[in-house]
Structure formats: C-alpha cells, structure tokens
Design a protein around this ligand. Structure first.
Ligand SMILES: [Mg+2]
Length: 125
C-alpha cells in the first residue's frame, strides 16, 4: 500500500497530538511532527511529504512565513498545505490562501473535518 506522509507543524504538543490522532485513522499514513516553521522546513528538507498541516501562530517562524517559503521552493510548490487557524482569524486565512495554502481548518479542531480535508488532498487516501 502506498504510504502517505503528512507533516504537522504546530507549537502546541496537545494540538499536534490531537491532529495526529485524527489522521492516524487513515490507512497507510505516516506522520512527522514539527514544533515551529524552522523545524518544519528542516524536516521538509530531509524527506518528501504528501501533505502539510501548519499552525499560523508559532514562535521562531510562523505559518504564513512557512507557506510563502514552501510555495517559493520548486521542490515543494505542489505539496498541499492546510493551515490551522483560530476562530475569527479571517485575515490569517485570507493571507494564507493568497500565499498558496490549499485550505484551512479552524480551532477547535474537528476530527471529521481534518479527515475529510486529508482525503480530498492526498492522492493515495
Ligand atoms: Mg500556535
């Protein structure tokens, strides 16, 4: 079975765990976690991912910066990105989508919404 590799970039360990737990319901997924944008880029440089989920508000490097860097790099340009935003943060969502993110989820996270999005964006799910 083809493996889907998903990178979760989120500074809250609890939130990472929640998202990771939801995505593990999909068959054949492997999940890698990163704690901020810089850590995320480091992990992106070592292996290829099929989907990236990234928080917006993070220390060191935020999600908007990460989205713009990923979209500016020919190696990652086509990897689907979902941003994780807080309720009411319409501006962040609009900016993320303008920078090239494919879609967004809003905290509090709903497992069904994450699964639905992952299925629609992963080629092998
Ligand atoms: Mg955060």
């Amino acid at each position: 079975m083809p493996e889907n590799k998903i990178l979760i970039i989120e500074d809250s360990p609890t939130m990472r765990q929640l998202i990771s737990f939801a995505l593990k319901r999909l068959p054949g997924v492997r999940i890698v976690e990163a704690s901020d944008g810089v850590d995320g880029l480091k992990k992106l440089s070592t292996e290829k991912f099929d989907l990236i989920l990234t928080d917006i508000n993070m220390p060191i490097m935020d999600g908007l910066k990460l989205v713009s860097l990923v979209r500016g790099d020919a190696n990652y340009r086509s990897v689907p990105i979902v941003v994780i935003t807080t309720e009411g943060a319409q501006e962040d969502r609009a900016r993320a989508l303008a920078l090239g993110a494919n879609d967004y989820i809003t905290k509090p996270i709903q497992a069904n919404r994450i699964l639905e999005l992952a299925k629609s964006l992963l080629k092998n799910a």
